[in-house]
Write a protein of this length. Structure first.
Length: 342
């Protein structure tokens, strides 16, 4: 119970947090735990309240109800600059007329660290974020990904008790975002900093975090370890938002259930695109409606008998073409039975 209440060193606990704008809740009775040393992602669509939650934790928004505590201490009367948290925004907000070393060491100079210690700490951080030797460079000479690395190094400079990341990769193109997400995962774990990340991108959340909180319309829909949330979405909306391609219910779900679990009684199931695969030994039959080759597989749209229109895959080199009748197997490790439907 102590850990749930945020009593363990480095743990953040949010309880019943409500923030209203003009009387309308942006967050509504929100509970969130960020265990010490974890990287927790708050995932949700635009307008769901996740950035408001982050700002309230930072002390930039005044809650209308609820509490925020860190290591068991209530933060209600603690101003932003005394919380010991670092907040990194999506655009990095680097100082344009100061070089990289100056940006990273800014907070250290404010704290009157000796010059030699500032220089040593800056070099350490630039090495951590993969920018060793970039100290003399100016921000405008850097790529978008490099600027975000500098912003991250600056946020980590004073060893914050909690690092808050607000859509840190959203301004980058898709390919760079994927590469930097993987690097960010490693950097945060090497730094050992307790981190709360907000994002609308489930791929980004899965790449960076080890815990997840899913929000919708100001409320928490689901929270837990990454694998737990992925394996067991809370409902059909959460399943689709987390990246499941199809959700079946009614007769369609029943048709699939007779194939994979005839002894069970569930009535709704979510499918990853790769859950259905063309297989000569498969128990289902369907017609190919569309086929598109990718480097790893062939993505299909099928009309499956008694199931309806769903996505599926075939191995590279498959001869499945539009109009073909094909047999389909089910990969049961790529489906999720939704709660409350058994």
């Amino acid at each position: 119970m102590a850990e749930q209440d945020g009593a363990r060193d480095g743990a953040l606990a949010v309880r019943g947090l409500t923030v209203r704008y003009d009387g309308v809740p942006a967050t509504d009775d929100v509970d969130v735990d960020v265990p010490a040393g974890s990287v927790t992602a708050v995932l949700g669509p635009s307008g769901c309240g996740k950035s408001t939650l982050l700002r309230a934790i930072a002390g930039l928004e005044q809650p209308d109800a609820g509490s925020i505590s860190y290591a068991g201490a209530d933060l209600a009367r603690v101003p932003t600059h005394r919380r010991g948290f670092a907040l990194m925004f999506q655009d990095g907000q680097l100082f344009p007329h100061t070089d990289v070393a100056g940006n990273v060491g800014y907070a250290l100079r404010l704290r009157r660290w000796p010059k030699a210690q500032v220089r040593s700490r800056v070099e350490e951080l630039l090495e951590l974020v993969g920018l060793d030797g970039f100290g003399p460079r100016m921000p405008q000479t850097l790529s978008g990904g490099e600027r975000q690395r500098v912003a991250l190094a600056r946020s980590l400079a004073v060893e914050p008790r909690l690092l808050l990341l607000d859509e840190p990769l959203s301004a980058l193109d898709r390919g760079l975002r994927e590469r930097l997400a993987a690097d960010l995962h490693d950097i945060l774990r090497r730094a050992g900093t307790t981190t709360l990340l907000v994002t609308h991108d489930h791929d980004e959340a899965f790449a960076i975090a080890d815990r997840m909180v899913v929000m919708r319309a100001g409320r928490v829909v689901q929270a837990g370890e990454l694998a737990e949330v992925w394996r067991q979405p809370a409902d059909a909306w959460a399943a689709r938002f987390l990246g499941y391609a199809d959700v079946l219910d009614g007769d369609a779900a029943a048709a699939l259930r007779t194939v994979i679990a005839p002894e069970e009684q569930w009535t709704q199931i979510a499918l990853r695109r790769s859950a259905l695969v063309v297989d000569p030994a498969g128990a289902l039959l369907g017609t190919v409606l569309a086929a598109r080759a990718t480097p790893d597989q062939i993505r299909l749209e099928l009309e499956v008998d008694r199931v309806g229109r769903v996505g599926a895959v075939a191995e590279p080199g498959s001869r499945a073409q539009v109009g073909d009748r094909v047999r389909i197997g089910v990969r049961t490790d790529r489906v999720a039975v939704l709660p409350g439907t058994v």
